[in-house]
Design a binder for this molecule. Sequence first.
Ligand code: ADP
Length: 182
Amino acid sequence: MISLVINSSRLELSQGDITQEATEAIVNAANSHLAGGGGVDGAIHRAGGPAIMKELKANYNGCPTGSSVLTGGGNLKAKYIIHAVGPRYGGSPKDATSLRSAHLKSLKLCTANNIKSVSFCAISTGIYGYPVEEAAPIAIQTTMDYLKTHPEIKLVRFVLFDTKTYNAFETALKKIAPGVTL
Ligand code: ADP
């Protein structure tokens, strides 16, 4: 675990399973059909139960890449799930714009819904193929910039599933914020 204080807020990196998180919201890496899939999305729907898919189907007709939508957390400890749609990596500059925007929209949904603590997974870095060394600095920088002007969010935690992903996020955070506290 490693963390960084930004004004009255905190950005944390931890390794683990996001379905077990007790922050008010967790951020899922969804696809644009919001149709359910493998990876973290499959794990969240399995752990949270069918109410989540029912709510998605009732309220949304998919979600564009770079955006996100909110549902309740079903059986999870988290009260809300933010379903963020990151880009499928193709090596174009558009990928970074979409990845940034998926994070930003998710943070804005927290503000709009009075969510003060949120956990993100490493959006797009699994099945969507975004190299984690490129994705991590985008995720971290977008979050830091947002927290600087949005003290209403008290905690943003990145919950990284495996050691490689955790290490890439830690390297990125140390590079962006050399004074980071361990
Ligand atoms: P995408 O299609 O956006 O790439 P994936 O679900 O394939 O989404 O992967 C996104 C990230 O989520 C990857 O780093 C993957 O290792 C991670 N992941 C998979 N299962 C979990 C989980 N239970 N908790 C947290 N992260 C997970």
